[in-house]
Design a protein around this ligand. Structure first.
Ligand code: UDX
Length: 437
């Protein structure tokens, strides 16, 4: 099948290359000429384990084409995925859909045979209806169908999540025509056991938002219970195991830590509350999740300040600054609040990240140093803050690296056993476990 992805960002690139790996001819379109030229040379704009190899393999096999020629790609494809960015709107409370509608207008003028237009970008409830009206301006409704097919890929695990999803959701108001085609596109995944759910189009749009809001709620719940554990010397890991063993609750997404971040949870929870508010529905639970998560970075900052006891000469080293491990993405990372907070309080901070120095921190040059090496960072620091859960942070020989000096560790991801630091001239703090601040 010939398909095209409009927007070769995270979602477009990962999904596009995997569909090409299944044997389709895929056009990955982007208006950014430099990005397209780089992709043709095997240079990937994002960090995603395994993606580069797949891009190079399928590009060489001529199964994926990178192009800026949107019109040609539309005309040659039967299925057109809209995967352009939907950033937060200026006031931060909803999604900016100008990119999506722009693309819809161009598609509208270039429908030369029956096409399925699929929204892959996360779009608010009713966006499919709006796209449909744009397409109807120039075409009879028999020439196209608009479908919602949300993605549930996690950064860092995107390739595995694409190949082995818990479910594929197809939202359509014309299932008889659309489903056989979408089913054959997803056949390699369905044949491996993924659930294939067919729902009404707007239901699919809401499933995506409700999923992310639920997961954000789950994380926020365990983070708040961790606060309670800290006051009562109870181990949050025992609680997560205890409640997670109930199949109705489930054990995943119960890792207490810093505030959740990334390109989806913060943006999607806010957009969902806004959509509901416009319909006079008060999603008070999700609103409070947003508030609780916003407060969490200040809480972690105040804990670090408490550990430091106002000793301004203490050197603070951050291990990992992205919003989680296995990604280079800084979007809504809690480090963006905690590190400037420490600098504002007069501390010097250094950081190491497996994905390198971050331009977004350049503004703090004099008070924030990037150290290109984990061992040096630990050796130079009085307080090490473990901010993300990269594998290389999980078995650091702190005793050897600290030399003879004292060291404090604040492990925001509970990667170590607190007892292993007893009597080692290392003070160890973590989240929601005994021995805490
Ligand atoms: C998320 C959804 O999981 C994915 O389905 C959707 O398509 C996009 O948004 P992603 O943002 O890549 O994916 O990361 P995810 O692994 O879900 O983590 C999001 C945030 O929650 C991170 O800040 C992470 O550190 C945090 N988190 C996750 C926890 O604090 N505890 C957990 O148990 C799980």
């Amino acid at each position: 099948m010939n398909i095209c992805f409009i927007g070769s960002g995270y979602v477009g690139l990962v999904s596009g290359v995997l569909f090409s790996d299944f044997g389709n001819l895929v056009y990955c379109v982007d208006k950014d000429k430099k990005k397209i030229a780089n992709l043709e040379n095997g240079k990937i704009p994002i960090y995603e384990p395994g993606l580069e190899e797949l891009v190079i393999k399928n590009f060489k096999a001529k199964k994926i084409k990178f192009t800026t020629d949107l019109i040609k790609s539309i005309r040659q494809s039967q299925i057109i995925f809209i995967a352009v960015g939907t950033p937060s709107s200026k006031d931060g409370s909803s999604a900016d859909l100008s990119g999506v509608f722009n693309v819809a207008r161009i598609i509208s003028k270039n429908i030369n045979s029956y096409k399925i237009i699929v929204t892959k970008s996360t779009v608010p409830l009713g966006t499919g209806d709006k796209i449909e009206s744009i397409l109807k301006l120039n075409n009879s409704s028999k020439k196209f169908d608009v479908v919602s097919n949300p993605e549930f890929l996690r950064e860092g695990d995107a390739i595995r999540d694409f190949r082995f999803p818990d479910r594929v959701v197809i939202g359509t108001n014309n299932p008889d025509k659309v489903i056989p085609i979408m089913k054959s596109l997803y056949a390699p995944i369905i044949n491996k056991g993924a659930k294939f759910l067919v729902v009404e189009r707007r239901a699919a749009e809401l499933i995506k938002y409700a999923s992310n809001a639920f997961l954000a709620t789950k994380i926020t719940f365990i983070n708040e219970i961790a606060n309670l554990c800290e006051k009562t010397s109870i181990n949050i890991d025992d609680i997560a195991l205890g409640i997670g063993s109930d199949a109705r609750i489930g054990s995943r997404f119960l890792r207490a830590g810093p505030a959740y971040g990334g390109s989806c949870f913060p943006k999607d929870t806010k957009a969902l509350v806004k959509t509901a508010r416009n319909l006079n529905i008060d999603l008070s639970l999700v609103s409070n999740v947003i508030k609780s998560n916003d407060k969490r970075s200040s809480l972690i900052l105040s804990k670090i300040l408490k550990i430091l006891k106002n000793k301004k000469n203490q050197k603070i080293g951050f291990l990992g600054v992205t919003f989680k491990a296995n990604t280079d993405d800084m979007r809504d990372s809690s480090s963006l609040k905690i590190i400037p907070g420490l600098i504002k309080n007069g501390y010097n901070v250094s950081y190491y990240d497996p994905t390198g120095k971050k331009d977004i921190f350049n503004q703090y040059n004099s008070s924030l140093e990037y150290i290109d090496n984990l061992s040096d960072l630990v050796t130079k620091s009085d307080l090490v803050v473990i901010h993300t859960e990269w594998d290389e942070f999980k078995s650091i020989n702190f005793i050897e690296l600290k030399k003879n000096k004292k060291l404090i560790i604040f492990d925001l991801r509970n990667l170590y056993d607190p007892k292993s630091f007893l009597n080692k001239k290392i003070k160890y703090f973590s989240i929601g476990r005994p021995f805490n601040v």
